[in-house]
Design a protein around this ligand. Structure first.
Ligand code: 5GP
Ligand code: ZN
Length: 110
């Protein structure tokens, strides 16, 4: 838990948010300002700043994010139509919330 971290507050339910999925390791919720018809944020409960801060011990945590993404994509009905998975890394990479999260974007009509 990092004191001033928005996603830590969401994970710990200090800020109201509806989870589409949660377990001991991850939570999933909708992006408040969606960039696609389906835009989910997959967030490890553990506070890690960004991809730059990963350590070997985090490998299964990150691997699990991708399995969870595939599960969520199926649940949202975008697995067959297709989707994008994105990590923004640090300011220049578009990261605004410095708590590791994977964007799942999909649902376009094309
Ligand atoms: P980043 O730019 O850090 O990769 O992504 C952060 C994402 O979090 C943005 O797409 C932004 O719209 C979303 N976001 C920021 N604040 C909130 C919030 O309070 N609730 C939810 N659900 N999403 C948020
Ligand atoms: Zn955090």
């Amino acid at each position: 838990m990092s004191e001033d971290c928005l996603f830590c507050k969401i994970v710990n339910k200090e800020i109201e948010s509806q989870f589409l999925y949660e377990d001991d390791t991850y939570v999933v919720f909708k992006d408040i300002n969606p960039s696609a018809p389906v835009h989910l944020l997959l967030v490890p409960r553990r506070h890690i700043r960004s991809i730059n801060d990963l350590e070997p011990a985090h490998e299964s945590l990150v691997g699990g994010l991708f399995s969870l993404a595939a599960k969520m994509a199926k649940e949202q009905g975008v697995d067959k139509s297709g989707y994008k998975l994105l990590f923004n890394v640090e300011k220049g990479g578009g990261q605004m919330v410095f708590h590791l999260h994977l964007h799942l974007l999909g649902g376009w009509q094309r």
